[in-house]
Design a protein around this ligand. Structure first.
Ligand code: ADP
Ligand code: MG
Length: 151
């Protein structure tokens, strides 16, 4: 399923993430594409808010590479590949294989283009955010088939 929307403010980008959170299922891998300042972290904050997590604790893990957030619905791994090269080694560098072996977790990856040819599975959600500065953003969300929305 594909949803494309225009967000006209940071709040709307946040809300787009929140909306997606209600459709997430454990085992999902959310790939975030878009340049610096597009809104990947803000969208992630929206998702985490939708999962009942304290948004102030959500940060782009550029140095740590991986953050872990424990929510009532599932553990969420938040990964940022910004500092890594576009190669399958990026996946190795963050231990992605091991992380994805945890079926009860959701994994969110900023700068997912850095994964290069890394093969992702069926539960992949692809989010592409275009636009920068004060301009509106185009937020394109492609999900695999999934069940009813959880509220
Ligand atoms: P990234 O993680 O992609 O590098 P961030 O989420 O850290 O980007 O920052 C996104 C920036 O874009 C924030 O400053 C936010 O206020 C701004 N932003 C997001 N959506 C919009 C929008 N629709 N209109 C204007 N600014 C936006
Ligand atoms: Mg970021």
């Amino acid at each position: 399923m594909r949803t494309t929307l225009i967000t006209n403010s940071p709040d709307e980008t946040f809300k787009a993430g929140e909306d997606l959170s209600h459709r997430l299922q454990s085992g999902d891998l959310v790939l975030l594409f878009g340049g610096l300042g597009a809104g990947k972290t803000l969208f992630t904050k929206g998702m985490m808010h939708g999962l009942g997590f304290e948004v102030d604790e959500v940060t782009s893990p550029s140095f740590a590479l991986v953050n872990l957030y424990r929510t009532d619905r599932f553990d969420v791994y938040h990964i940022d590949l910004w500092r890594l090269d576009a190669s399958s080694h990026s996946a190795d560098a963050v231990g992605l294989e091991e992380i994805l072996e945890n079926p009860g977790a959701v994994t969110i990856i900023e700068w997912a283009d850095r994964l290069g040819k890394y093969e992702t599975g069926n539960n992949t959600v692809r989010v592409t955010i275009e636009g920068d500065g004060d301009d509106p953003r185009t937020v394109d969300v492609v999900t695999s088939d999934r069940g009813p929305v959880k509220s």
